[in-house]
Design a protein around this ligand. Structure first.
Ligand code: PEP
Length: 252
């Protein structure tokens, strides 16, 4: 049985005091309840402050990106070891904003995924098609190519530690959510792909989140689909009540 996993991607939002207040609010509202895994992924400059605010709670810490090298002359970059050092458990890799705005390729994402796992960080690897690709009937091939490229070479054990986030680009930050049936179709395809590449045990174990305009009002139906194991949440993770509403949807 896969435990549902709700992660908040705060993107480049909030300031230090708002980040600490949001994290503290979530930590106190969540209490000791651990039937759903919950993580927040603040901007990297606030990781340390947020770690303190969630200390002792069920909320885990995640980063939004990292570089694949361990250290050295890579100005502006952050390594997996540094993220672990500030208390991160997860790292989001290959988010569509990084793929499409910052030009990240599957090959670059793959290097990061391998480095994250080698260091002991759990990657949340994002895949998803654009509207043009969906309308061209290419959703399945695009998502398959992204999974095969960005997760290339992972062992079965590493794959089981990796979370996949299916995030249709046309649904991110647009208010246009995929229908539960549209999302479930892609999630089921992804699980079959994992079975083909690995085996049924791996396919049954990997958590596949949905992301794209998840809100308290649509969370329960999306999260009620058999192959949707959680959500990666952008906009609605910036308010305690909205994020708690989505967590409640994962429990229902
Ligand atoms: C995201 O950025 O991963 C995301 C899903 O954003 P939103 O929930 O705002 O669509």
């Amino acid at each position: 049985m896969r435990k549902k996993f709700i992660a908040g991607n705060w993107k480049m939002n909030l300031n230090r005091s708002d980040a600490v207040a949001l994290a503290g609010g979530l930590a106190s509202q969540l209490g000791t309840s651990d039937d759903v895994d919950v993580a927040v992924c603040p901007p990297s400059v606030y990781l340390d402050a947020v770690r303190e605010a969630i200390s002792g709670s069920q909320v885990a810490l995640g980063a939004q990106n990292m570089y694949h090298e361990a250290s050295g002359a890579f100005t502006g970059e952050i390594s997996a070891g540094m993220l672990l050092d500030v208390g991160c458990k997860y790292v989001i890799l290959g988010h569509s904003e990084r793929r499409h705005i910052l030009g990240e390729t599957d090959a670059a994402i793959n290097l990061k995924v391998v480095a994250a796992l080698a260091a002991g960080l759990l990657p949340i690897v994002c895949v998803g098609e654009t509207l043009e690709e969906r309308e061209g009937g290419r959703t399945q091939s695009v998502v398959k190519g992204q999974v095969e490229g960005s997760l290339a070479g992972l062992t079965a054990a590493q794959m089981q530690q990796t979370v996949i986030a299916y995030e249709p680009v046309w649904a991110i930050g647009t208010g246009k959510v995929a229908t539960p049936a549209q999302a479930e179709e892609v999630h089921a395809d992804l699980r079959s792909l994992l079975e083909t590449v690995y085996n049924s045990e791996v396919a049954a174990a990997v958590r596949i989140q949905y992301g794209g305009s998840v809100k308290p009002g649509n969370a329960a139906e999306l999260l009620g689909q058999p192959n949707i194991d959680g959500a990666l949440v952008g906009g609605a993770s910036l308010q305690v009540d909205d994020f708690m509403g989505i967590i409640a949807g994962a429990k229902s």
